[in-house]
Design a protein around this ligand. Structure first.
Ligand code: ADP
Ligand code: TPP
Ligand code: MG
Length: 332
């Protein structure tokens, strides 16, 4: 069905079902001039926004609308996770080309509703407009954090350990695969493509790490190279990272071989992994380490060398990691 058959308001009515997963916090949801919600007492309020733009963040030849909706929420959840917070209220703005099908938008919302249900997030509003070129989806997400558990980028201290919460580079490898003909034939492709199209934000781990005394956190949207420098700059410290400890999946290594790339570069400069990069005093990390079910990988240490991130290879050679990752306005 064409959008013009239902119109702007008909579309919104179609989408507005099953959007409230935590009714106790919502006074007014979709349908008024503004949403009204009730923050919990004595919690700091978090607010983040991230936008996905067609042919910059996604390609509709390789992404289903369901996956796009899921990812649009996931990348915002990841920012709340990186503050140690609990996600709460979302607003979703869409700019849709006129020839978009109603079914496309309904599937986009199914993807968003699925991940919102899983994380207890309400969709309380948004905006729907037409776009002369390409689809744009923007999400605003609020969250809450106990004041004592707030973790900023600026708290890393020399002597802290540097940890990550999962494999890095899968998403960038997945993007290379999606841009290849007949990728379904590669037996290593599936988990990489899944990491790229439907990343899992580390919301629970973010809360746990915050409560356990993380000194800084950042989610890895632009790549480890860029995010490690973000923490170093904000905290006035440096880092050493051990090349052989940076977790790469077998599948990412196989993909790198296929595309004649250096596997570690997927992790350093690829981006969109949505794992957390965390610093923490070593004694606090030791206490967490014994909880076996947690996947926490120690990859380095915080140093006093201001703003310098050094990679150390097993043979002792070192190299400076550049503050480079995905950058919207640079072409190098
Ligand atoms: N157009 C903008 N206006 C105001 N603040 C912005 C704008 N774009 C980005 N920011 C802010 O700049 C900081 C860095 O943004 P970004 O690199 O997108 O962070 P993240 O990787 O966490 O999404 C964030 O605090 C973000 O809110
Ligand atoms: C079609 C397509 N081309 C390229 C990419 C790769 N890519 C696009 S944006 C991005 C970085 C993350 O996006 P950004 O908007 O910078 O996220 P933020 O740091 O604001 O969370 C990457 C790696 C992609 N996902 N899809
Ligand atoms: Mg952003």
């Amino acid at each position: 069905m064409q959008l013009e058959q239902v119109g702007e308001f008909g579309l919104i009515r179609l989408l507005a079902t099953d959007t409230i997963n935590d009714p106790a916090t919502v006074v007014v949801g979709i349908g008024d001039d503004a949403a009204v919600f009730l923050p919990a007492a004595r919690q700091l309020q978090l607010l983040t926004t991230d936008m996905l733009v067609e042919n910059i963040h996604f390609d509709l030849k390789t992404t289903t609308p369901w996956q796009l909706g899921y990812k649009a929420i996931a990348v915002n959840l990841s920012d709340i996770a990186a503050m140690g917070g609990v996600p709460r209220q979302a607003a979703v703005s869409l700019a849709l080309p006129r020839n978009t099908q109603v079914e496309f938008v309904a599937n986009l919302y199914q993807g968003m509703k699925e991940i919102c249900r899983e994380f207890g997030v309400n969709i309380v509003g948004g905006d729907t407009v037409s776009s002369p070129q390409g689809l744009v989806i923007n999400v605003v997400l609020t969250g809450e954090v106990e004041p004592a558990n707030l973790v900023k980028r600026s708290g890393a201290q020399a002597g802290d350990v540097v940890i990550v919460t999962g494999n890095l580079g899968n998403s960038a490898a997945g993007l290379d695969i999606l841009n290849t003909e007949c990728w379904e034939e590669f037996d290593f492709a599936r988990p990489l493509v899944t990491s790229h199209l439907t990343p899992r934000p580390q919301v629970k781990l973010g809360q746990l790490l915050a409560a356990a005394g993380a000194s800084s956190m950042n989610d890895i949207s632009d790549g480890l190279g860029s995010e490690s420098h973000e923490i170093a700059k904000a905290s006035g410290v440096g880092m050493v990272l051990y090349a052989d400890r940076i977790p790469l999946s077998q599948e990412a290594i196989q993909a790198a071989a296929k595309f004649s790339k250096i596997p570690l570069n997927y992790a350093l400069y690829g981006g969109e992994d949505y794992q957390l990069l965390v610093t923490m005093p070593p004694d606090k990390f030791e206490r967490l380490r014994h909880q076996e079910q947690l996947r926490l990988i120690l990859i380095g240490e915080v140093t006093e060398a201001k703003d310098e991130v050094i990679l150390i290879y097993p043979d002792g050679t070192t190299e400076k990691i550049e503050p480079r990752g995905y950058n919207h306005f640079r072409t190098d």
